[in-house]
Design a protein around this ligand. Structure first.
Ligand SMILES: [Zn+2]
Length: 642
């Protein structure tokens, strides 16, 4: 709370009010109509100030936080431009398909656009999530922070509204106003960063009243009861607000809204914004502590991004418009450090236990440590290539590597945190670094302050002098066949394997099974038994092989992703038969005999594996300092009882 390192020269971002000052002309006016959301259509009326002559208008392509070009231009339809009551023809730009060209007649100062967006995710009969890129239209080739815009939204009558936007007239969202709600003018940059959730079953809860500025959680659900969050959960989320306040010693919002959809229909989401976050989980995802584990870090992760990602932004990930590629080079900070802090803060807040934190860290570290793709691809390359790695399926994914900068970053920052503690005889920790790096400029409104790798190195050196440049170069830029387990080991634990899964792994598997059998999610598949660290293959709940570990036992047996396991040692496949065969092979020289369906043929295959069942687990190393428990102990003081 005391560290307020003022270094104005790095503050090249423009504040909301600064941006409004440079937007000299009239604001664009946009009214988003969500009343057709249950029919999977949004509509917009947009009035754009113009001058006579050719004008190029655009919709966003690179959406901040998505790390790939996801602007939904292919779903934007029904586009009609009019001025003074007359329809104007338009043409699409032939090389930038997000742009529309219109010739504005003389004497016209305001161009009207109508557009619709076909919306197939984040909507249901009871819920609509408005990400403004679905409806935004604004002048091309102009910094989006310089374009003023005045938004309004129309929602079905009786639906509540959750958003970080400021209504022009005060209203209590719990009264579920419906109809048109108008918001204060902002900029296109800020509007894109300020989604709206709306729904029939809506609750807004204030959080941590002892912390300033104000924090809320806005919840919509498909079932009436779900949006009324359990008091214990609300207390944990209030703890999360306190823990972030204690760890980051600053904030970069005027007020913060956690936006949460609980639905088996609208799909999962986790997208950060400066003054809010868009969080989507299954209908029962937060209904009890067992369901909660699978998403225990979601709110903490997206909240942390308000500091790490939205306020402090890698220089090449920040672009003044949404048309230029956002480059991924430093995502091991943007996402990797957020992955670390999200899990740590979730444990400090009580959203998961310290034991669950360790169990899940073991699962993640083991996955990284058994990934042959790391023989050819650095963690740096997973970040640079983020936009071509997102959304790929499981086939040979261990050889491809995925967006590993998340989990690799988690291990990296745990390594750095424990190293700082050791170097300083426990006088300092990564928290001291966070209170420099994330709190520069003190408390601010929403602002983007870009950084380079050199600034990280300088700030780490300010906390604990060390060869941090070499530390980062080694772990990020170089090829390492094994994962960085130094933080776990310095933390007093060892990654090991044993013959049965941890409690947390069982809970996660059960949660995945419940999700797959819930209503309206026929595309979801349960996970099959975990034989990744034994046989070297992944199975879904229908015994189809989704991935084969390169150079593992199943690979040596020439099995392939997409094939189906029909029988094991003469028995029709089921999970128990598979487990029994692995156990029996431990004391036998015989291979495990399989029958495999490959497309329309069936063939035998033998896996010569005798190592028994193997599940990742964290083992305490006696006599060493338990930094993992120290790191996940709450920092914040409990609120003073009134
Ligand atoms: Zn993230």
């Amino acid at each position: 709370m005391h560290l307020r390192h003022r270094s104005p020269k790095v503050l090249i971002g423009v504040s909301l009010f600064g941006a409004m000052a440079c937007a000299a002309q009239q604001p664009i006016r946009i009214t988003a109509d969500l009343t057709d959301a249950p029919r999977k259509l949004y509509h917009a009326e947009v009035d754009i100030p113009v001058h006579a002559g050719p004008v190029a208008l655009t919709t966003p392509e690179w959406i901040p936080g998505n790390h790939m070009p996801t602007g939904p231009v292919q779903d934007i339809v029904g586009v009609v431009f009019t001025a003074n009551g007359k329809t104007l023809p338009w043409t699409r730009d032939e090389t930038d398909l997000y742009q529309f060209h219109v010739e504005v007649p003389a004497d016209v100062t305001s161009l009207h656009a109508h557009l619709d967006c076909i919306v197939t995710t984040r909507v249901s009969d009871h819920i609509a999530v408005l990400e403004w890129e679905k409806l935004l239209l604004y002048p091309a080739h102009t910094p989006v922070r310089d374009i003023a815009i005045q938004p309004s939204v129309i929602v079905p009558v009786g639906w509540g509204i959750g958003t970080a936007l400021t209504p022009t007239k005060p209203f209590d969202p719990n009264t579920k106003p419906g109809g048109t709600v108008q918001f204060e003018p902002t900029t296109v940059e800020q509007l894109q960063d300020s989604p709206i959730i709306t729904g029939e079953y809506f609750h807004e809860f204030p959080l941590a009243p002892d912390i300033s500025p104000k924090h809320y959680i806005d919840v919509v659900s498909d079932q009436p009861a779900d949006s009324n969050l359990r008091p214990e959960l609300r207390a944990e989320i209030s703890n999360l607000v306190r823990e972030a306040d204690a760890a980051y010693a600053s904030h970069h919002y005027h007020a913060y809204h956690f936006l949460l959809t609980l639905s088996d229909i609208t799909g999962g989401e986790g997208l950060e914004h400066g003054q809010s976050s868009d969080n989507g989980i299954g209908e029962k995802g937060f209904s009890d502590t067992r369901h909660q584990l699978a998403n225990a870090d979601l709110l903490a992760h997206e909240f942390t991004h308000s500091w790490n990602g939205k306020y402090r932004r890698p220089w090449n990930l920040y672009q003044p418009d949404f048309a230029t590629m956002q480059q991924g080079e430093l995502l091991w900070v943007y996402e990797g450090m957020t992955q670390y802090l999200g899990n740590v803060l979730a444990a400090r807040a009580g959203l998961k236990s310290q034991a669950q934190y360790r169990d899940l860290l073991a699962l993640s570290a083991a996955n990284l440590d058994n990934k042959p793709g790391r023989d050819w691809r650095s963690t740096d390359d997973t970040a640079i290539a983020a936009s071509i790695l997102r959304g790929r399926d499981m086939t040979w994914s261990n050889l491809r590597r995925g967006q590993d900068y998340y989990q690799e970053g988690e291990l990296l920052w745990l390594d750095a945190d424990t190293l700082i503690r050791q170097l300083t005889d426990d006088k300092k920790s990564l928290t001291d670094f966070l209170q420099i790096f994330l709190a520069k400029g003190g408390n601010t409104g929403p602002l983007i302050v870009p950084y380079h790798r050199e600034e990280l190195i300088a700030d780490l050196n300010q906390v604990a002098p060390y060869d941090w440049a070499g530390f980062l170069h080694d772990r990020i830029d170089l090829i390492h066949p094994q994962a960085d387990l130094a933080g776990i080991e310095r933390g007093g634990y060892k990654l090991a394997y044993r013959d049965h899964p941890s409690e947390s792994e069982l809970t996660m598997t059960a949660a995945s099974a419940r999700a797959a059998t819930s209503t309206a999610s026929p595309q979801r598949m349960t996970a099959g038994p975990n034989v990744w660290y034994s046989l070297g293959l992944r199975l879904n709940g229908e015994a189809i092989i989704t991935d084969i570990r390169w150079n593992g036992p199943a690979d040596k047996a020439q099995l392939a992703p997409g094939e189906k396991l029909i029988a094991i040692n003469g028995h029709v496949y089921n999970a128990d038969a598979l487990h029994e065969a692995i156990v029996a092979a431990q004391s036998s020289k015989d291979p495990i005999h399989l029958l495999i369906q490959s497309e329309d043929t069936i063939r035998p295959a033998d896996i010569d594996y005798h190592g028994g069942e193997r599940y990742p687990v964290m083992v305490r190393v006696d006599g060493t300092k338990d930094y993992l428990d120290e790191i996940t102990t709450p920092l914040a003081k409990p609120p003073v009882a009134k």
